[in-house]
Ligand binder design. Structure first.
Ligand SMILES: [Zn+2]
Ligand SMILES: [Zn+2]
Length: 244
């Protein structure tokens, strides 16, 4: 039975709440978040960045650090997933956000072990544990490992939206955006030169119409259309030269 992705409304594999493209995006965000940490921690140093509040004639001194960075790196409470669309998600720091999802995911996973008599016991997991520690990179790695399981759960869209929000908050501070590359072959849907590859996307997408291609599909499409385009360009150039 096929299902629909709760995020993009496209086709998702059976019994999944997220399609492969949205799973891929989630995976790249979890890989991206730890890469921002050195810069965010740098911005926590007093005087490292411009003051975010105050102005001429203010009653209080400006804050020495960007309050948005404190919101991301400071301590905080784990957010229950049922509050995904509530007010509580705004400003939740990274570590409790990631640990909260790891803990929630672990609480649903069955833990299997043999007791002293050799009998197999299945019981709920007591909590997430990572060999890499209990910081942001550790929980990002942990959640990446369990993404295939998470994508099949009804709360996967809530996790997706909260992590998307966190990534956007980080990118606004670090002034970064995913690298993009304009592709040279025209779009098979609208014929425009509007196909774009983005590092956090599984597909190469058209910025004009709804066409999207896997990298393999693009390579095949390019192999078919480019020789004709190059021939046309050479012919036009030859005509221009003979007319001159
Ligand atoms: Zn999707
Ligand atoms: Zn197009």
């Amino acid at each position: 039975m096929d299902t629909t992705c709760s995020i993009c409304q496209r086709h998702a594999p059976a019994e999944h709440y997220l399609c492969v493209a949205c799973q891929y995006r989630l995976h790249t965000w979890l890989r991206e978040i730890p890469q921002h940490l050195p810069l965010l921690q740098d911005l926590l140093r007093p005087g490292a960045g411009p003051a975010q509040r105050g102005g001429a004639g203010r009653a209080h001194s400006p804050l020495p650090v960007d309050i948005r960075v404190l919101d991301l790196l400071g301590p905080g409470h784990v957010v229950p997933w049922v509050d995904a669309h509530g007010d509580q998600t705004g400003g939740v720091p990274l570590e409790p956000l990631l640990y909260g999802w790891a803990r929630y995911l672990a609480s649903e996973l069955p833990s299997v072990h043999r007791d002293a008599h050799g009998t197999v016991r299945v019981q709920p997991c007591t909590g997430p544990w990572s060999r890499r520690g209990a910081d942001v990179p550790a929980w990002c790695g942990w959640l990446q490992a369990y993404l295939p399981y998470a994508a099949r759960q009804s709360w996967a869209p809530a996790m997706y939206e909260q992590l998307e929000d966190a990534v956007h908050r980080i990118r606004r501070i670090t002034h970064t955006r995913p690298r993009t590359k304009a592709m040279d072959a025209p779009c098979p849907g609208c014929s425009g030169f509007a196909l774009q590859e983005r590092e956090d996307e599984l597909h190469i997408s058209c910025t004009v119409c709804s066409v999207r291609l896997t990298r393999e599909q693009y390579t095949d499409h390019r192999a078919v259309v480019m020789p004709g385009l190059v021939r046309t360009a050479l012919l036009m150039q030859a005509r221009r030269m003979s007319a001159a």
